[in-house]
Design a protein around this ligand. Structure first.
Ligand SMILES: NC(=O)c1ccc[n+]([C@@H]2O[C@H](COP(=O)([O-])OP(=O)(O)OC[C@H]3O[C@@H](n4cnc5c(N)ncnc54)[C@H](OP(=O)(O)O)[C@@H]3O)[C@@H](O)[C@H]2O)c1
Length: 352
């Protein structure tokens, strides 16, 4: 790309916002020209407003940038990455989209809208076309495209490989979700130390809906939800990063477990997604050890973008069971949004 595309990060000081700043450092296509946050941070240098919690140091260019208000009047970029809380995103993201900004959002506010895609380029890149309907219907020059909640992310990649090869009838899934998924400072230490919390607010409904939307078919500009049953339990555990999901699945047809292993290990995303700068390499890593994947050992596979699957075996009630691991703030949040923005550019849809 001859000239980099100027981009903004909205809510750049939080857990996901910091990941955006880290992952956009030296990005081959995008250059960060604006960082925004709440009134608490506006006007301060980013280095002062942001309590940096990542192990890589804060990039020097970011430390010196002044934090801007999260308003379209203050920021005019063709692309903005949103790490806004959902209630704020509800009014702010459409205002940006109306002025011509394409918002790649982590927030849940618009994921259920029929004209807003939930994208994983290695799963449903073709759903990006809904942006055309969205612009037409809402009169926007820009757009809102979303990535799924971080628990659905790796699970849907693994389910996609299985769904495309054999069809899925039923999925029963149980998550063990990392602390960084709750933002910063997140869950109080006195609540989570020596403990498991058997609820992550709203997450079960998100997993049960978003997986079906992403694995659904695009028909006449809207999505028909995939026709399988799914039940989710979601739990918070004392892991820093990396969401683990145990899944039992019933297939449309009976197959040997070796065939499922081949479908997972050999899975390739749609052609358009494969060479994008943030594409996971490989898309899925299938592990054969009896004690993997583990968050601490496996979350950075493929720079945190690869979905790691292990413990694949027959299920005595349904057909198969497996364990899926995905990095929640990289593949499940900032890295996923950047991957989506790359798909938007490659699809020629950055401009209306
Ligand atoms: N963490 C994950 O793994 C994950 C994964 C997928 C999706 N998400 C979603 O991503 C979003 C961000 O999550 P997070 O974990 O980064 O949360 P977080 O660590 O709590 O950060 C919240 C951010 O929002 C900003 N903010 C708060 N109120 C604002 C306002 N009125 N106007 C503008 N900015 C405001 C904060 O700025 P100040 O610092 O100035 O207060 C901060 O930058 C949420 O919608 C979350 O559900 C998170």
């Amino acid at each position: 790309m001859e000239q980099k595309i100027p981009v903004a990060v909205l809510a750049a000081t939080g857990s996901v916002g910091q990941r955006f700043v880290q992952l956009l450092d030296q990005h081959p296509w995008f250059e960060v020209v604006a960082l925004s946050a709440s009134d608490r941070s506006v006007g301060k240098p980013y280095g002062e407003a942001c309590h940096w919690i990542l192990t890589d140091p804060m990039p020097a260019w970011a430390a010196n940038m002044t934090v801007l208000p999260t308003e379209p009047e203050a920021i005019h970029t063709p692309l903005a990455f949103s790490a806004l809380p959902a209630d704020i995103a509800l009014s702010v993201e459409p205002a940006f989209a109306a002025q011509g900004t394409n918002v790649c959002s982590n927030a849940s506010a618009y994921r259920r809208e029929p004209d807003v895609p939930i994208l994983l380029p290695e799963v449903n890149a073709e759903h990006i076309d809904i942006v055309k309907t969205q612009r037409q219907k809402r009169g926007w020059k820009g757009s809102i495209i979303t990535n799924p909640n971080c628990t659905s992310t790796g699970l849907t990649v693994a389910m996609s490989a299985i769904q495309k090869a054999f069809g899925i009838r039923i999925a029963f899934v149980v998550s063990m979700q990392a602390l960084s998924g709750a933002g910063y400072p997140g869950v109080p230490s006195m609540d989570i130390l020596d403990n498991v919390i058997p609820n992550v607010n709203g997450e079960e409904q998100k997993v049960e809906f978003e997986t079906r939307k992403m694995l659904g078919n695009l028909v006449d500009g809207s999505i028909e939800l995939a026709d399988f049953g799914i039940s989710a339990h979601t739990n918070r555990v004392a892991v820093s990063d990396g969401h683990t999901v145990c899944a039992s699945i019933e297939l449309q047809e009976r197959v040997e477990i070796e065939n499922v292993a081949q479908a997972l290990a050999g899975y390739q995303g749609p052609e358009i997604s494969r060479d994008l700068p943030s594409a996971p390499r490989p898309v899925i890593q299938l592990r054969s050890e009896s004690d993997r994947p583990q968050p601490r050992l496996d979350r950075m596979t493929g720079k945190g973008m690869t979905t790691v699957v292990g413990r694949l075996r027959p299920d005595p009630i349904l057909d198969l069971k497996m364990v899926v691991l995905s990095h929640n703030t990289i593949r499940g949040a900032a890295g996923g949004s950047i991957f989506n923005a790359e798909l938007l550019v490659k699809s020629g849809l950055l401009q209306a």
